[in-house]
Design a protein around this ligand. Structure first.
Ligand SMILES: Nc1ncnc2c1ncn2[C@@H]1O[C@H](COP(=O)(O)OP(=O)(O)OP(=O)(O)O)[C@@H](O)[C@H]1O
Ligand SMILES: [Mg+2]
Length: 279
């Protein structure tokens, strides 16, 4: 079994006062192999955050099942194992800061897991290094930029040595520089440490280098494939209220205007090559 398995997952939010329910996840199934970089896209309200909460056992299935590294999320005795295996990073870095010094903030998770002190400091050292924040270790997290704060939050998760990190729009509140810092950090953690990354985002550019892209709409998983496959469907994505990466859009417009250009162009280099072939 892969690191994550979701089978026929349904999530209904029940409103007892109104005696009504809302189906936020509607029969979703997929598997993720360890070491993959997954991006989940979808319009507002399509169920992405609800899905992320299932991966972290913050929500329980109404129907269907979720397994993290073979542990079913309904297994109450294993909740801590699940949360340690699949760490979660949220949108607002300010809500994730717990200490007055960066290194203490990163140490907080392993401390709670009762990791021995000497081991904690080794982990803090490694975690800060892997997000490139070592030189800020004695600073107050409050004095950092948004991108730096988010990297500290990621270091705090890494210090718990998860196999998988789920990030729910971690770049939504960041400027372009901070966004790039965070996305580059995620790719290097994925490539160098083999950590499985599940990235939820509204920024299409952040999906370009993923191994697989999932698209959600109204609680359903409506598209999945490589970035090239998914971004080949420009009209379909637009109908789902989504954009495509800028280069993909440009390539698509050139194609519509008569040039012979492939679908699903993702980089400037690819586009340049295709344009040259039209000369
Ligand atoms: N606690 C809740 N109670 C009732 N309905 C909820 C609750 N949380 C979310 N919903 C509804 O479930 C649907 C999916 O919400 P969710 O937050 O998972 O979407 P999302 O894809 O993360 O959206 P966004 O892009 O805005 O973050 C929405 O229609 C939302 O209003
Ligand atoms: Mg959300």
């Amino acid at each position: 079994m892969g690191i994550l398995k979701i089978k026929n997952l349904i999530h209904d939010y029940i409103d007892e006062e109104e005696d009504s329910k809302f189906r936020a996840i509607d029969n979703v199934s997929f598997d993720v192999e360890a070491g993959q970089f997954i991006t989940i896209l979808g319009h507002n309200g399509s169920g992405k955050s609800s899905l992320a909460k299932h991966i972290n056992a913050l929500l329980m299935p109404t129907e269907g099942s979720v397994w993290i590294d073979g542990i079913e999320t309904t297994n109450e005795e294993r909740v801590l194992d699940i949360r340690q295996t699949a760490g979660m990073v949220f949108q607002n870095p300010d809500n994730q800061i717990v200490a007055t010094m960066v290194e203490e903030d990163v140490a907080f998770g392993p401390e709670n897991m009762q990791v021995p002190t000497a081991e904690i400091w080794k982990r803090v050292e490694r975690a800060l290094g892997s997000v490139n924040m070592t030189r800020f270790r004695h600073k107050s997290p409050l004095k950092l930029s948004g991108g730096q704060k988010q990297r500290v939050a990621i270091a705090g998760i890494i210090a718990m040595e998860p196999k998988c990190i789920v990030l729910d729009e971690p770049t939504a509140m960041l400027d372009p520089v901070g966004r790039n810092e965070v996305i580059d950090t995620l790719h290097s953690l994925n490539e160098e440490k083999g950590i499985t990354i599940i990235l939820i985002t509204h920024h299409m550019n952040e999906a370009i280098k993923a191994d697989r892209v999932f698209v959600m709409d109204k609680g359903k998983l409506v598209m999945q494939g490589s970035p090239k496959e998914v971004f080949s469907h420009v009209e379909k994505l637009k109908n789902l209220g989504l954009e495509v990466p800028q280069v993909t859009e440009l390539a698509y417009m050139l194609k519509k205007s008569g040039l012979n250009i492939e679908d699903g162009i993702l980089t400037v280099e690819e586009l340049m090559m295709q344009i040259n072939e039209n000369r």
